[in-house]
Design a binder for this molecule. Sequence first.
Ligand code: GLN
Length: 466
Amino acid sequence: MKSQIHKIHQQLVNKKITCTALVQERLDLLKLNTHNTVNSILDEIALKLATKVDAKIKNGEEIGLLEGIPFGIKDVFMLQGTYATASSDLLKNYKSPYTATAIQKLLDAGAIPLVKENCDSFGHGSSSENTIFGAVKNAIDPTLVAGGSSGGSAVNVAKDFTVFSIGGDTGGSIRQPAGYNNVFGFKPTYGRISRFGLMAYASSTDCVGPIARSIEDIRIVLNVMSGKDSKDQTTNQSKSISQESIVNADDIKTVGYFKNFIENDAIDSEIKTAFLTSIAKIKAQGIQVKELDFFESETLVSAYYTLAMAETASNLSRLDGTNYGHRIEGANLKESYSITRSENFSEETKRRIVGGNQVLSQGFSDEIYLKGLNLRDQIAENFEKDFKEVDVILSPVTPNKPPKIGESLKDPLSMYLSDAFTVGFSLGQLPTITVPQGTATGLQITAAKNKDKLVLKFANFLKDTI
Ligand code: GLN
C-alpha cells in the first residue's frame, strides 16, 4: 500500500478533488458505518477547516503535506469543545476543556479531525467490547471483535473512513487491533510523544501512536506528533525520521525471536507456522536469526496487569462525580461517590479498580505490587542484554486469531492472555510496530529504546521480503 497522505495531498494540490468534498465523503461513510466505530462525529469543525484549506488552494497558496488530511481520534484524547467519553457512562456528556498536545500538533500541521472513535472504556480491554457504544466489529469479518482497546481507530483506517487514526497503547492497544484488522500500528518509545491530554490509564506505559495503511504515513504522522513537551515531564526530544533514512536496511544484520512465545501450547498452530515461515524468508536474505530466552507469557501478563491495575485504580480515583463526570446524588457525600462510581464504571473497569486497590493496599503491596515492579526491572534488563546481541526482535502480535464478538466478555482471563506478546514491550517502553504481514494477525518489530527509526526501517525491508 502506497502512502495515502502523499496521494491525497497531490489530488488536493492538483485540484482533482476539493477538501470539502473529501471531508464530506468520509463523514458520510462514518455516519453510515455499521461497525460501531463512531462515538461522536466532528462534522462542524471538520467542514469549517476544509473550507479554509480549499480557500488557500484557490488562492494559489502552498499547503503542507498534512493540510486537509482527514483523521480519527480514539475517544480518550482531549480536543477542546468536543466530547471525550472514554466510551464510559461516567464521561458520556463530558466535553474537553483543552486539546491534547499530540492532537494540537496535528491540527497545527493542518490535518482535519473527523471523529472521536469507539474503544474499550478507559483503554481497559483487548476487544473493544467494553464500551457503552456497542462492540466494534472487525473490518475483515464483522462477526469477530475489532481488537482493543483502539478498535474503532483500527477499523476506521482499515475501512478507509479515516486516512490515519491516533490511538493510545498501554499494553498493546494500538498493535493488537492493527493486527486484527490488517493495518500498520506503531507504539513509539515511551516519552517520544507527549501524553498530555490523553486520559491516563497506566501512566508508566501509556503511549500515543498512529494507525495507518502504510509505513510512510506512520512515519509522517509520528514525526509531527513527536517532541519534548513542558506539559509532560516524561517526554524527550527526538530526531525527525527522514524518508530516505529508512529505505536501506543493510545495517540490520541480526534478528531475534523469543523461542518460548513460539514453542508455547497457547499459540495457534497457523500463526506459529506462518511466523516460522517468515523467519525462514528473513534468513534466506542473509540475515542472522537468533533464538532468545524470555519470561513466560503468564509472568509477563501477571506483571503487566498488576502494575496496570494499580496505576489505573490510582488514576481513576479522581473520577468521583465532583469535578468530572455524571454525578449521582446519594444520602451523603460518601454515598454519592460510591453510587456515582459503581453505577457509571463498567464491570471490567471496576474489576481493575478493585484489583488495583487490592495490590496497593497495606499488607499486600510488598507481596504483589513491589514484585511487579521488580519483574519490570528484570524484563528491562533482559531487553538490554538481548539488544547487545540482536538489532531487532520479531514476534507475532497475538497468540490467536480474533475471537467472535461476545466470547471475551465471558472469560476475562483468556482476554488478558491474548495480550501475552504485546505487554512485555510496553513494560520495556520499547518502540514496536505491527505490520499486517507474516501471520494472520501480523508481526511485531521491536528495537531498543529510542531506535524508532530502526523499527520503521525493518518494516520497510519486510514489505519486500515476506
Ligand atoms: N489489553 C490491554 C489492557 O486491557 C492493553 C490495553 C491498552 O493498551 N490500553 O490493559
